[in-house]
Design a protein around this ligand. Sequence first.
Ligand code: 13P
Ligand code: SF4
Length: 346
Amino acid sequence: AESERSKRIAAARDELGDDVLVLGHNYQRREIVEHADFIGDSYALSQRAAESDADYVVFCGVTFMAESADIITDDDQTVLLPSMEASCPMAGMAEALQVDAAWAEITAAAPDETIVPVTYMNSYADLKAFCADQGGLVCTSSNAHRAFEWAFERGDKVLFLPDKHLGENTAHRLGMEDSTAVWDPWDPEGKDADEVADADIVLWEGYCQVHERFREDHVAQVRDEHPDANVVVHPECRREVVEAADVVGSTSTITDTVADADAGETWAIGTEIHLANHLARWHPEVEVVPLCGDACMDCNAMRQIDPNYLTWVLDGLREGQERNVIEVAPGEKERAAVALDRMLEI
Ligand code: 13P
Ligand code: SF4
C-alpha cells in the first residue's frame, strides 16, 4: 500500500508539474519528505515559497508555517496545508487576544519604559501583526539574539513570546540571564509586576512539548553509552540541556552540523525524532543517535500530515479543487509582513 500511495503522489506531481511546489519541514516523516521539492527549516521553506512562481504551495508542516508562506508569497499564489489539524501547540500558547490583555498589565508594570515585543516564528499571524503594531518584530531560532539586540536599540525591555526556553537561552547568549522574569498568564501568582519592572527580558510561559522533554540526564546517558559522542540540540530545549550540549542551533544548523561531520564521528541529536532519522539515513558515514534513545520525541502536530492527506490535496488540484487553503486575513497579512520584514533587515 505504501508504494501504491507513493506512486499516486508521484503521478499527481508529474501531472501538475511546475504549477505546484511541495515543501517539507525537517520534522516530516520520510514518506512525505521524499516527495518534497525542498526540505528545510520553517524560515527557509517560506523563502523557497517566496522565490517560486508556482501557483500552489503545498506546505507539509504546521499551520503557522503555512501562514508565514502565505504572508511572504505573492497574492496570486495559494498555500495549502494537507491537514488542518497540524497546529503547533506552542504557537497556541500565546493567542493574540490573551497577549493583548497581558500587554496592558505588563506595560502598566513599567510605565516609564518602552517595551518591545519579539515573537518567535512559531506563532500565529495575528500575534505577528500585534508585535508589528507595538514596534516589535519576528525572529527565528537562528537570529533571536540579533532580534533582541535590535529591540534593545529601540526600547528598554523585551517581551519574548511564546517560547520561554528559546528566550532564556538567548538571554544567556547575550549575558543577560540574571535579568529575566517569566510572565505566566495561566497562574495568578505568575504575573508579578515588580519582577517585570526589574527585568530586562520578560519571557512568556510557553514551550515546545517535544523539546521540553529532553533532560540533562539524557545528555549524560548518551555520553556514557557513546564516550566520543558530540551532542547537538535545538534552542527550544531547557537551559540545562543546552548547557550540557556541544552545539546548539536551529534544525538547519543541526542538519549542517551532521553534513559537515567527518566519517566515523558520533552525533547525538536533541530534536524531533524524524529529523534524527533522516540524518541517519542521509549520512550513513556518521553515527547518528537520537539523544534520548527509545523515548520517542515525536511532534504530534507535524505527524498530522499523513501521506494520504498529501494525496488528497494533490488529487484535489488535479480535479481543479483547492483543498485546505491557508489564507491570512487581508489587513492582518500586511501588518504581520511588517514584523517579518523587520526580521529580514537585521
Ligand atoms: P526550525 O525548523 O525553524 O528550527 O523550527 C523548529 C521547530 O520546532 C519547528 O516546529
Ligand atoms: Fe511546535 Fe514543537 Fe512541534 Fe515544532 S516541534 S511544531 S515547536 S510542538
